[in-house]
Design a protein around this ligand. Structure first.
Ligand SMILES: Cc1ncc(COP(=O)(O)O)c(C=O)c1O
Length: 434
C-alpha cells in the first residue's frame, strides 16, 4: 500500500515566512525563558530597560527618545495620534493600502479633520500632487505608511518628510514593516513620530510597541489646548514619567523612573537581545542583506512565471506581494505549503486576498536558509495544485541571484564560531519590591 509522505509532519510548527511575526534569533528566545524580574525594580531599569531604549536610538537612527510600551504596531500608531492630534486638527493621510486605511481610521477616531490622499494599490506616489495637496490643506500632520505591507511596496519617506517640512506639518511615519529591515532615517528625514511594532524586522516577539519622538512632536504635545484623552497612551506622560531631566524629561537624574504602564519584563529582555543582534550585524549590512534576499526571492518567483503585484520601481525588500497564476486560489497555496511542506506564507489582504500571495523576508528569514526552501515549497505546492512548471526553476534562479549578489558592507561584528555559547541576555538581580 502506498502512502503519501507529509513533509510537515516532523516539524512542530511551520516556518514563519509570513510578513510578521517572523522567526526569532536564538538569543531572543533565550531571553524569553529566564525567570521573571520585577518591572519597577531599579536593576531592571538600569540593566535591561535603559540599555534597550538607548540602543534602539541607533536602530531608529535618531538622537531623540524612543518610547517602548506594551502593545503592537497599532498601539504605537494610536499613541502617536492621541498624543499630538487634537479634535479638529487637519491631517493629510496618504492611503496606499490597508495600513493607510488603518491610519485614516485612527486619525478619524481621535477627531482629526482627515483629508485622504489616495494612491492606487501598488502604484507610485505622485509627489508633485501630494505637495500641492499639502499646500492646499495646510495640515497639522502628514501621515505615511513607509512600507505598505498589504501591497509589498516601499514609499519615498524622505521626500514626504520634505513636503511636510515645507508646509510646517508634523511628519508621522508608520514603519511597522520596515524599521530594521529597510533604511529608516528618523532624524535625517524629519520624521516626528516614527511608529513601529516588535514582531517584524526587529525580530523580537509580538507584544511591544515602539515610537521615536522628535523635539517638534514633544512641542506639539506641550502646546495642546487640552490634555490628551488617553492616560495610558499619552506620550507626554511617558516623557514626564520616565525620561531623565538631562534628556528633557521630568525624572531627576539618578532617580528611578515611574512606569506609565507596567512594562513586560520578558518582552523587554527579548527586545534587548534583538537589538543587540541587530547592532552586532550593523545596519548597512542588515539592509543590504534584506535587499539581496528579496531580490533573490523575486528572481525565483519570476523564473516560476509569477508576476509581482506592485510597480517594479517601489518593490519592498521585506514583503513580496505576488500574483497567483490564473485559476489558483491563494488560500489553497498557503494551506498546501503549510500542511504539506511546513512553511507558512500569507495571502493578500482584503480585495487582494483572492489574487495574491505575500512572503516576508524579515530579520532572520532574509537569507538563503529560508528563501530557498520557501521557493521550493511553493513550486511543489503549485505543482500539487495542477500548475505546470519546470521543477527547480525558481530555486535555481534564486540561488544564482544569491551567488551573484554584490559585495555587502562588512558586518559590525563577526558571526560567533560554531559551538560557542550564545551570551544570555542581561538579567537583572531582583531587589526588594515596593
Ligand atoms: C504597515 C503596518 N502598519 C500597521 C500594522 C499593524 O501592526 P500590529 O499588527 O503590530 O498592530 C501592520 C501589521 O501588519 C503593518 O504591516
Amino acid at each position: 500500500m502506498s502512502t503519501t509522505i507529509n513533509w510537515a509532519q516532523c516539524h512542530t510548527r511551520p516556518v514563519l515566512m509570513i510578513p510578521g511575526p517572523t522567526e526569532l534569533p536564538p538569543p531572543v528566545i533565550q531571553a524569553m525563558t529566564q525567570p521573571p524580574s520585577i518591572q519597577y525594580d531599579r536593576t531592571f531599569d538600569e540593566v535591561v530597560l535603559e540599555p534597550t531604549v538607548l540602543a534602539l536610538r541607533n536602530v531608529f537612527q535618531t538622537a531623540g527618545e524612543v518610547i517602548l510600551m506594551p502593545g503592537s504596531g497599532r498601539t504605537a500608531l494610536e499613541a502617536g495620534a492621541v498624543s499630538v492630534i487634537e479634535p479638529g486638527d487637519r491631517v493629510l493621510v496618504v492611503v496606499a493600502g490597508q495600513f493607510g486605511l488603518l491610519m485614516r481610521e485612527i486619525m478619524t477616531r481621535v477627531g482629526a479633520e482627515v483629508t485622504e490622499f489616495t494612491v492606487e494599490l501598488g502604484a507610485r506616489l505622485d509627489l508633485t500632487r501630494l505637495a500641492a495637496e499639502a499646500n492646499r490643506v495646510r495640515p497639522k500632520a502628514i501621515t505615511l505608511v513607509h512600507n505598505e505591507t498589504s501591497t509589498g511596496t516601499t514609499y519615498a519617506a524622505a521626500d514626504v518628510g520634505r513636503i511636510a517640512q515645507g508646509v510646517g506639518a508634523l511628519f508621522l511615519l508608520d514603519t511597522v514593516s520596515s524599521v530594521a529591515g529597510i533604511d529608516v532615517r528618523t532624524d535625517e528625514w524629519g520624521v516626528d513620530l516614527n511608529m513601529t511594532g516588535s514582531q517584524k524586522c526587529l525580530a523580537a516577539p509580538l507584544g511591544m510597541s515602539l515610537g521615536a519622538v522628535s523635539d517638534r512632536a514633544w512641542a506639539a504635545m506641550e502646546h495642546r489646548a487640552r490634555k490628551s484623552s488617553s492616560l495610558v497612551y499619552d506620550l507626554l506622560r511617558w516623557k514626564e514619567h520616565w525620561i531623565p531631566a538631562s534628556r528633557g524629561g521630568k525624572v531627576p537624574d539618578g532617580a528611578p523612573r515611574r512606569q506609565p504602564i507596567s512594562i513586560p519584563t520578558h518582552l523587554t529582555a527579548a527586545m534587548h537581545a534583538a537589538v543587540t543582534v541587530i547592532l552586532d550585524e550593523g545596519l548597512p549590512h542588515r539592509f543590504a542583506r534584506h535587499a539581496a534576499a528579496a531580490a533573490a526571492l523575486r528572481a525565483g518567483l519570476d523564473a516560476m512565471g509569477l508576476e509581482m503585484f506592485p510597480d517594479a520601481t517601489i518593490l519592498s525588500n521585506t514583503v513580496s506581494c505576488v500574483k497567483t497564476p490564473k485559476d489558483v486560489v491563494p488560500a489553497a497555496v498557503v494551506e498546501r505549503m503549510r500542511d504539506q511542506y511546513g512553511i507558512l506564507i500569507g495571502t493578500g489582504l482584503d480585495t487582494m486576498r483572492t489574487t495574491t500571495l505575500r512572503i516576508g523576508t524579515m530579520g532572520m528569514t532574509a537569507s538563503p536558509h529560508y528563501v530557498l526552501p520557501t521557493l521550493s515549497a511553493l513550486e511543489l505546492a503549485l505543482r500539487d495544485l495542477g500548475v505546470k512548471a519546470e521543477p527547480g526553476a525558481g530555486v535555481a534562479a534564486a540561488q544564482a541571484a544569491f551567488a551573484n549578489a554584490g559585495p555587502a558592507p562588512a558586518a559590525a561584528r563577526p558571526v560567533p564560531a560554531a559551538g560557542r555559547p550564545v551570551p544570555a541576555a542581561a538579567r537583572p538581580v531582583p531587589a526588594a519590591g515596593r
